[in-house]
Design a protein around this ligand. Structure first.
Ligand code: F0G
Length: 456
């Protein structure tokens, strides 16, 4: 049996990508005010900005799109989508949204009140911001190992049950529900074990609190459970995924990740306590409950994607991709979050750029340097994303300074990853020449998307 793991698909439609010179990239990045979100995608060679909505759909998904029923109300596409979500999650109420954050906003608008506290392992940035807009306080209670890039642990996305218990004991009256992100994106794409999920669920249940999954990468999480959790190796990934959903009372989902579509999401709930106000808000801001901001064809592609994502040959290849990149980077002396997560590799920018302090925003500086070095676009997961400028003008900083190279699903081949690893390892050798950055302009929420910078 050959050991080489291959991409489990062949390619029938291609998109050219464009090489630029270093001098061109210097000019383009300066024009983008040192913020890679402001670049034009045509000026990026390998786009590892996100795995969200950037995947390649299968022939089967494209075929399903032709069956899209574009009726305003009661479209067949909706019922196929609803059946796929119910089959996977077991939740009765399925509310389509245009993407994950719309599901978050709707849920938090109806289920959270000002002054509420919402625990999770780590809230993603849109989740955190939507809770804050609703007046609630998001609490990140990931286990200690989850904040230590090089401490080995098979499930670094687990939530710290002792801290959750202390919260419920002392301020439980202010906790409307618990959340957990699978896999834990902001903490390195790290999985949550079934054991931890079960215990979290039991703890919340003892205090009468529901559990909501942020399920964007549920399939990658389920595959990690199969590969790493004692006693799970023989189970089908789908069965594991179903158990994950069965332990929660609902989920918010960005279908742009593990439903293999370019746009879409949903809110799904087990019982009807929040359903009516959520649907009313949906009608107000997204659309009628059987399309929720999406075209019928999008719902069909999503239904097929939810099935395809659980193919185990795909998931094995998927997790191996990040692992392979991780091995190459480590061999080049690059410190990364270990073990590698599901959808991305996270570079430890503090280690990469030891000459920079927190106020130099090392992870942001490293993102800029990677673009200049090889036309690669990554994303900062550090103090620009998670720090804040307070009213008095002082800045808060995040405990980790990471650069995420996130991998679009079914888009790049092994040679693209070989090239990327080479660029990162070469840059590591010249790391001392990388300068820090300073804010020139920033907004109040989600400032990383629009901020402008200068070299320090
Ligand atoms: N939750 C998690 C864990 C996410 O990773 C994302 C999006 C969302 C919620 C919001 O979903 O984008 O469809 O509104 N993450 C993308 C990323 C943007 O790059 O990681 P959305």
């Amino acid at each position: 049996m050959p050991k080489t793991m291959i991409e489990p698909f062949r390619i029938k439609s291609v998109e050219p990508i464009r090489m630029t010179t270093r001098a061109e990239r210097e000019a383009l990045l300066a024009e983008a005010r040192l913020n890679v979100f402001r670049l034009r995608a045509r000026d990026v060679l390998l786009d590892f900005l996100t795995d969200s909505g950037t995947g390649a759909m299968s022939a089967h998904q494209w075929a399903a799109m032709m069956e899209g029923d574009e009726s305003y109300a009661g479209a067949e596409s909706f019922f196929r989508f609803e059946a796929a979500v119910r089959d996977l999650t077991g939740y009765a109420h399925v509310i389509p949204t245009h993407q994950g954050r719309a599901a978050e906003r709707i849920l938090f608008s109806v289920a959270a009140r000002p002054g509420d506290l919402v625990p999770s392992n780590t809230h993603f940035d849109t989740t955190r911001a939507n809770l804050e807009v609703a007046g609630a306080e998001p609490l990140d209670l990931v286990i200690r190992e989850g904040l230590e890039p090089r401490t080995p642990h098979p499930f670094k996305g687990n939530i710290d049950l002792e801290r959750v218990e202390a919260l419920l004991r002392t301020r439980g009256d202010r906790v409307p529900f618990g959340m957990i992100t699978v896999t834990n994106n902001s903490g390195g794409g790290q999985p949550v074990s079934l054991e931890n999920l079960r215990a979290y669920r039991a703890l919340l249940a003892r205090h009468g609190k529901p559990l909501i999954l942020d399920a964007c990468r549920f399939a990658e999480n389920a595959m990690f459970v199969k590969l790493r959790e004692p006693g799970q190796g023989e189970r089908a990934v789908k069965e594991i995924a179903r158990e994950m959903f069965s332990l929660a009372d609902g989920c918010t989902m960005s279908a742009k990740k593990d439903a293999l579509v370019n746009i879409g999401g949903f809110l799904a709930l087990r019982d009807d306590r929040w359903v009516e106000p959520a649907r009313n808000l949906l009608i107000l801001t997204e659309g009628f409950p059987t399309y929720g901001g999406l075209a019928g064809r999008d719902l069909d592609a999503l239904a097929v994607g939810l099935e395809e994502i659980l193919h185990e040959d795909y998931l094995r290849y998927r997790l191996r991709t990040a692992e392979y990149m991780g091995e190459k980077l480590r061999q080049g002396g690059v410190a990364i979050v270990e073990p590698t997560g599901g959808h991305a590799v996270y570079l430890d920018a503090r280690d990469f750029l030891p000459h920079l302090g927190p106020a130099d925003y090392p992870a942001w500086a490293l993102v800029d340097a990677l673009y200049l070095a090889g036309g690669i676009r990554g994303v900062e997961v550090g103090s620009v994303m998670f720090g804040k400028r307070l009213e008095d003008g002082t800045e808060t900083y995040h405990p980790m300074e990471l650069v995420r190279l996130a991998f679009p699903r079914r888009v790049y081949t092994q040679s693209h990853f070989d090239y990327a690893a080479e660029v990162v390892c070469e840059l590591k050798r010249e790391a001392a020449s990388v300068r820090g950055v300073r804010f020139a302009k920033q907004s109040r929420y989600l400032r990383h998307f629009t901020a402008e910078f200068e070299w320090a």
